[in-house]
Design a protein around this ligand. Structure first.
Ligand SMILES: [Zn+2]
Length: 494
C-alpha cells in the first residue's frame, strides 16, 4: 500500500495553493536544491502498483462527467476529445490528476513522461527549462503512460514510432489544452504534453516584455517618424513576442497599421492591427500582397517574416511615403539580422540607406522575488565579463526562503522541508525579455557597404554606443531581475 499512501499524503502536500513539495526530500536537500536549477528526483516505490491500481474500475465516461465526489485527487478534470467508455481505476486517475495539477500549478509549458527499463521519469518544462520531478517504478509507469495515452486518444496497443493526440483539462474552473505526442525509440517511450492555457496575458509592448525604460523610450520616439525597423530573435525563441511587442510599441491606436503574414502561420493577433495574409505553400511571399496593402494607404506596414529581397525592396520604399515599416526575421542577434537581410539580395544601397534600427531579444528567467539574495560579484567573473571594477555593487541569486528565525527553527525541528512557496525551490519565477537595440548610424552604413562580417560590423556598432546582450544582461542582473548565471546560460545556449 505504500504507493497509495504516498499518493494520498502527496495529495495533501502538493495540493494548491502550495507548490508541490516532494516526499522523501529532507531539509538539507531542499536547501541545496534551492541553489541548483534542477530538483532532485524522488523514487516512489510501487512494485505492486498493478494490483493496487485495479481495485476499483470505473468507466471514465462516468466520472469525467462530474462525479468529483468519488475522486481523491486535486480538482483536475480530464476531458477527452470523445468519450473513452473504458473503465479506469480511481487511484490511477487520482495520480494522473496529481501530475497534471503539479504541472499547471508550476505554470509548466510542457510535461514530459519518459518510460524506460528504470521506470517512468516525470519532467516539467518551467520557464523554458526542464526540471526533474517524480520517478515511478516501471509497473506504475507503464500504467500511467498507457492511461494518459488512452485519455489523449493515442492507441496504446500500437507500437509505432510516433502518434499524436490531444486532451483538454479543467483545473479550478480554468481550461487548458494539451497537445500530446508519443514517441517510441529503442528502449524508451516518451509522452510529451504541450500545455496551453491562461497562465499569463501576453505583453503588448516592449517595455511590458522587459525592455528597460530608457531604451524603450528612445526606440518609441524613434518610431514616431517614418522609419524601417527590424524585429528579430532566434528562431522559435520569442520571435513572435518580440515582433508583436515591437508592432505594439508603435502608437497603433492613432495609426492605421497592417500586419502581413503567412495564412498558415497561426500567430496570435495584435490588438488594433489588421491582418493581410499570403499563402507560402502556394509559393507566395509578402511581396505578392504588399502592392494591394500599399494601395489602402496604411500608416504602418509590418511583415512578420521577411523572406525575400523583393519584399525588402517594397518595404524600403515606404518610409519615403511617410510610413513606418517593421519587418520580422529570425536571427541570433541584431547585427546578424542586418546581415541576413543583406543575404536576401535586396537593392543593397537602398536597404543600407533606409534601415533605421534593429531589435533582438532573448528570454531569461526572472529571479523569484521572495527568495533572491544579493551578493558581491566575484572579481574573477567580472574580469572575465570585461566589467570594470566597482561598476556593479551586487548581483542576486536564488537563496533560502526568508523566514523568521523562530519559524525556521520550528520547521527544522519538525523536519518540515524548507522550500520557498512562491517558486517551489527553483529560485526563478516567470520570464522576461533581454534586448539589444541597434540604432543604425552613418558609420555602420559605411561599414555595411564594405563588409557583411558580423564581428566587424558589431565592433563598428559598439564604437558608436551599441550595447550588446551581455552588457544589457549585466544591467538586468545588477537590478536583481535575473541572475548573472541565467544571463550566461541563455547567451551560451544560443
Ligand atoms: Zn522563491
Amino acid at each position: 500500500m505504500l504507493l497509495l499512501q504516498q499518493t494520498r499524503s502527496n495529495c495533501h502536500i502538493i495540493y494548491p495553493p502550495q507548490w508541490p513539495t516532494h516526499p522523501g526530500r529532507d531539509n538539507k536537500t531542499d536547501l541545496a536544491i534551492n541553489k541548483l536549477i534542477d530538483l532532485q528526483e524522488t523514487q516512489r516505490p510501487g512494485s505492486h502498483a498493478r494490483s493496487q491500481f485495479s481495485i476499483k474500475g470505473v468507466p471514465l465516461g462516468i466520472f469525467t462527467k462530474g462525479k468529483q465526489s468519488e475522486l481523491t485527487g486535486p480538482p483536475v478534470q480530464f476531458i477527452p476529445i470523445k468519450p473513452i467508455g473504458q473503465p479506469m481505476d480511481l487511484e490511477l486517475y487520482a495520480q494522473m490528476q496529481i501530475l497534471m495539477a503539479n504541472a499547471i500549478n508550476a505554470k509548466a509549458g510542457a510535461m514530459l513522461l519518459t518510460l524506460s527499463g528504470q521506470g517512468l521519469r516525470v519532467q516539467l518544462q518551467i520557464d523554458g527549462v526542464l526540471h526533474d520531478r517524480e520517478v515511478f517504478d516501471p509497473n506504475a509507469g507503464t500504467l500511467l503512460i498507457n492511461a494518459f495515452k488512452m485519455l489523449s486518444w493515442i492507441d496504446y496497443t500500437k507500437r509505432i514510432a510516433q502518434q499524436h493526440g490531444s486532451l483538454k483539462v479543467k483545473f479550478k474552473s480554468e481550461k487548458y489544452s494539451c497537445e500530446v505526442a508519443n514517441q517510441l525509440t529503442q528502449g524508451q517511450e516518451r509522452l510529451l504534453f504541450k500545455i496551453s492555457g491562461k497562465y499569463t496575458t501576453p505583453p503588448e509592448r516592449l517595455d511590458e516584455a522587459g525592455m528597460n525604460p530608457y531604451t524603450f523610450t528612445r526606440l518609441k520616439e524613434f518610431m514616431f517618424d517614418p522609419v524601417f525597423v527590424i524585429a528579430s530573435a532566434p528562431p522559435k525563441s520569442g520571435l513572435t513576442t518580440t515582433f508583436n511587442c515591437t508592432v505594439g510599441s508603435v502608437d497603433r491606436y492613432l495609426r492605421n497599421a497592417v500586419v502581413i503574414e503567412d495564412v498558415s502561420s497561426n500567430e496570435p493577433p495584435i490588438a488594433n492591427v489588421s491582418v493581410t495574409t499570403y499563402d507560402a505553400k502556394a509559393g507566395q511571399s509578402p511581396k505578392d500582397v504588399l502592392p494591394g496593402v500599399v494601395r489602402t494607404y496604411p500608416d504602418v506596414i509590418t511583415v512578420r517574416n521577411m523572406t525575400d529581397g523583393a519584399t525588402v525592396d517594397i518595404l524600403c520604399a515606404q518610409p519615403a511615403q511617410d510610413r513606418i515599416v517593421i519587418g520580422g526575421i529570425a536571427a541570433k542577434d541584431a547585427v546578424e539580422a542586418l546581415v541576413r537581410v543583406l543575404a536576401m539580395e535586396p537593392d543593397t544601397d537602398k536597404f543600407i540607406a533606409t534601415i533605421g534600427a534593429v531589435v533582438n531579444s532573448r528570454i531569461v528567467r526572472k529571479l523569484c522575488s521572495e527568495c533572491k539574495d544579493a551578493y558581491p560579484p566575484e572579481p574573477q567573473l567580472m574580469q572575465q565579463l570585461g566589467i570594470p571594477r566597482g561598476r556593479v555593487a551586487s548581483f542576486y541569486r536564488p537563496g533560502p526562503p526568508k523566514l523568521p528565525a523562530e519559524i525556521r527553527q520550528r520547521m527544522i525541528d519538525q523536519q518540515v522541508p524548507i522550500v520557498c512557496n512562491a517558486c517551489g525551490g527553483i529560485g526563478y519565477r516567470g520570464r522576461t525579455g533581454l534586448y539589444e537595440v541597434l540604432m543604425v548610424t552613418d558609420e555602420l552604413r559605411k561599414a555595411m557597404k564594405k563588409t557583411t562580417k558580423v564581428d566587424e560590423l558589431r565592433k563598428v556598432a559598439q564604437k558608436a554606443g551599441f550595447r550588446p546582450f551581455l552588457e544589457e544582461g549585466v544591467m538586468l542582473a545588477a537590478r536583481g531581475i535575473t541572475s548573472i548565471q541565467e544571463v550566461i546560460r541563455v547567451l551560451k545556449s544560443s
